[in-house]
Design a protein around this ligand. Structure first.
Ligand SMILES: [Zn+2]
Length: 298
């Protein structure tokens, strides 16, 4: 099976063997926009050759990084003259996590039978973005949304002309919302995206991992499913917390929940368990703050 999917309108998706990570390429008028070029060295060479055939001038290529996790940030050396775009917080986050990115890269790339050819170098993108904003890159209008919850500096991008939504690590069919803090932050990001699916004619949704969703209805269903998961998680953790359960008891209790990727080959079991901890810690912090407030009043 080819790693490439042609979505029409100059949009191509290349799926990695590693974690089913997607790199999206948008070709328009001799320009190329490449989202999250990755993951394995052989795949990056294939990606670079593909782009070079369609956008032969190196300087007409723009790399967009949806967020600074290891599997999304490796491609820059394969596109040495390309412009780089990411969230304003990306540079600091990638700099802070460089050692961890290097270690994860080595581990995963070697487990796929390849060698990583160079040390990972943190970088600051040439163009940084924040908030909901429209930019013109590669000859196309692109709307950018802040979607924290999985990483503080994650963005999702929408091309209104061609109905393409590049979701970063949200709205996957093989991953649950993968939290890096309290669930409400992620839920608020999804609520903001609600308007994209409500108002725009989304033709394709490309998640960071897994299959492309086609059409507004299928895309919207992923959004509703992820909000449902988060509400369920928060509700169940809240019940356990109120009853005085410990974190471990809460995790054991919530292991019974059904969710995407439960017991799958690409398993979400550990992610779900970690999500329970983020929800639990959020409640504990709130309770401590309330306690502090009461102590100050008395
Ligand atoms: Zn990620």
């Amino acid at each position: 099976m080819s790693a490439w999917t042609d979505l029409g309108d100059g949009v191509f998706v290349r799926q990695s063997r590693c974690c089913q990570m997607n790199s999206t390429v948008v070709i328009h008028d001799g320009n190329a926009i490449v989202f999250d070029p990755g993951v394995l060295p052989s795949e990056l060479s294939d990606l670079a050759a593909f782009v070079e055939r369609r956008a032969p001038r190196f300087e007409n290529t723009t790399l967009v990084f949806t967020h600074p996790h290891w599997d999304h940030v490796l491609g820059k050396p394969w596109f040495p003259l390309a412009a780089t775009v990411a969230h304003v917080g990306f540079g600091d986050e990638v700099d802070r996590d460089a050692a961890e990115i290097e270690a994860s890269t080595k581990k995963w790339v070697e487990s796929e039978g390849e060698a990583w050819p160079r040390p990972f170098e943190a970088f600051t993108p040439a163009l940084t973005l924040r908030g909901t904003i429209g930019v013109r890159i590669g000859g196309r209008e692109m709307l950018v949304y802040d979607v924290p919850g999985h990483s503080p500096s994650q963005i999702a991008c929408y091309f209104p002309d061609i109905g393409l939504f590049v979701a970063g690590d949200t709205l996957s069919d093989i991953e649950i919302p993968w939290l890096d803090g309290p669930p409400w932050v992620y839920r608020r990001s999804l609520q903001a995206l609600h308007w994209v699916f409500e108002q725009e004619q989304v033709k394709h949704l490309v998640p960071g991992h897994g299959s492309v969703a086609h059409g507004r209805t299928d895309s919207y269903k992923r959004l509703l499913r992820d909000i449902d998961y988060l509400l369920h998680l928060e509700g169940e953790v809240g019940n356990a917390f109120t009853l005085g359960a410990s974190l471990e008891e809460t995790q054991d209790r919530l292991a019974k929940m059904s969710y995407v990727g439960k017991d799958a080959a690409y398993s979400m079991n550990d992610v779900h368990r970690a999500n329970v901890k983020f929800a639990f810690d959020g409640l504990r912090e709130q309770a401590e703050m309330r306690q502090d407030g009461r102590t100050k009043e008395t």
